[in-house]
Unconditional design. Sequence first.
Length: 76
Amino acid sequence: MPRFIHKDNFIALRREGESYLFFYDDEDAEAVIRTLARFAANPDLSFNWHDAAVLSRDVAITGGLSHLVGEHIPRC
């Protein structure tokens, strides 16, 4: 029987036949940002630091961490 994930937020990146999907609740936002950094640091993944920066900004905004996002950074 399939298991369903119920989370309030999600972000996704799809490139070159790979998909990265992150489902999270607001209280998990900081852990998701740490995970994005770990993925970016992994040379075996196509996920890079630019990907981590863009997605981290989205997580910060949607996850209630907008105070961590500088206003001078444009939304991509």
